[in-house]
Design a protein around this ligand. Sequence first.
Ligand code: NAP
Length: 513
Amino acid sequence: MTELLSNYLAGRWQNGTGVGAELYDPVLGNELVRVDATGLDLAAGFDYARRQGGQSLRAMTYRERGVMLSAVGKVLQAHRDTYYEISTANSGTVKNDTAVDVDGAIYTLGTYAKLGESLGDRRFLLDGEAVRLGKDPLFQSQHVLTPTRGIALFINAFNFPAWGLWEKAAPALLSGVPVIVKPATATAWLTQRMVKDVVDAGVLPAGALSVVCGSPSGLLDALQPFDVLSFTGSADTAEKIRAHNVVARNSVRVNIEADSVNSALLLPGEAHDSPAFELFVKEVVREMTVKSGQKCTAIRRVFVPEVLYDAAAQAISAKLAKTTVGNPRNEAVRMGALVNRSQLASVREGLASLSTQADVLFDGSKAALVDADPSVACCVGPTLFGTRNTDNSVIHRTEVFGPVATLLPYKETSQGLNLVRRGEGSLVVSIYGSDHPSLGQAALELADSHGRVHVVSPDVAQLHTGHGNVMPQSLHGGPGRAGGGEELGGQRAMNFYHRRSAIQASTAVLGSL
Ligand code: NAP
């Protein structure tokens, strides 16, 4: 049997008492490690984190916690090669895709470490100015933000085992709130190893960071009123979490990052050989193929003025044809695998469903794999669909979590914007063009239905950070279907881990805070 990974809870390493779930190499098919959480005393572990971890973290200032995050980043940097190896083996990703996860995690930690320094030697945050409550200015109301005295439970998706942990843990720990992470079973290894390295390095106070690998059973039952829960995953699981009786009864604060049918929109007025058109095509192809399309932010719907439909189909297809797919250990491979057989089956199901609604403009799904056995490897080449029937609601609703997108033409800008909104709330939309006022206007029109609007014009061709890259400085999360969550956005992320309270008192008392 393969190694059973330990859970770190209540300040000690604990093995589950069950046989455990196997994690696999999605390219070679071999078993890697097992995870199991059977029999863990979750209530005691959560309590330990609340008391021990919470107390120690709250005793530190933001500046001290920033220094602590910086130390975590250094630990991860020192073990970076191991993380790349685990990611190749367990997620089947090529180096560039692993970088998005692992280096993205380290960069995010560094950003929050710097923020801690700028917040200084304080243990709470002021929220706005004091305001007088009557005629006499002596008695005023000052809103403050203080760290919640609970734990932050993270239930994460399989596609970002590294970044998914640290993009949440950085603002939580900086806020003074202990973290318990439950990674998705399929890729729990990398998360578990990162926690192990950080725990072994002794750079965090006891109880500040715990990891539970395996079944999520019982996790939500252990939550209490001051705990917060941050979930990333499918809309179906999100629905169950929202409806959970303990979450509802204890008013547990919940952040949901769910699936999203994101868009790219090329504005009218661009020729097929214009710089804006080329930037648009490049970004669509990149988004379809990075991490084999297993990114919550990936472009799923591609909108072009109808005169450019054929040109866009050709240009995107020509680039997709160059995507080599297969074993990420082979230098010639640009796109690795899906995470496991169940995701492969789900992508194939999605392809079958979309093919009844749209034409196949580029079919890479049957392309030969490089250095990989197609009967074993969970690899699939990219597919571009297209349809002029833009009213089709299946297209606007279906997230195929793989290298798949659909090209859609529009007549006028207003129709294009309305079609983008048919996603019913997305994480990100990118807009392409060269007329700055039109780009700005379109961005504002789409802002209410998207957590992030990424605008690409030729003047930022070399500068823009990419449609799908989640930068810690910008908000991540979207309304409606995307889950209604908010993460990152610099200091904004810390609101989730703080409680807002109004202190009504004499100006002398307020001045003493
Ligand atoms: P998933 O099946 O919903 O699983 C997500 C997490 O929830 C896993 O850790 C899973 O544990 C756990 N879980 C499953 N059932 C649960 C329950 N009843 N109660 C509590 N936890 C439960 O999603 P996934 O397949 O890992 O991820 C793919 C989806 O995530 C895609 O739709 C993608 O769009 C979305 N996603 C969104 C974002 C975002 O930021 N918006 C980011 C990444 C991914 P097990 O693995 O042990 O079952």
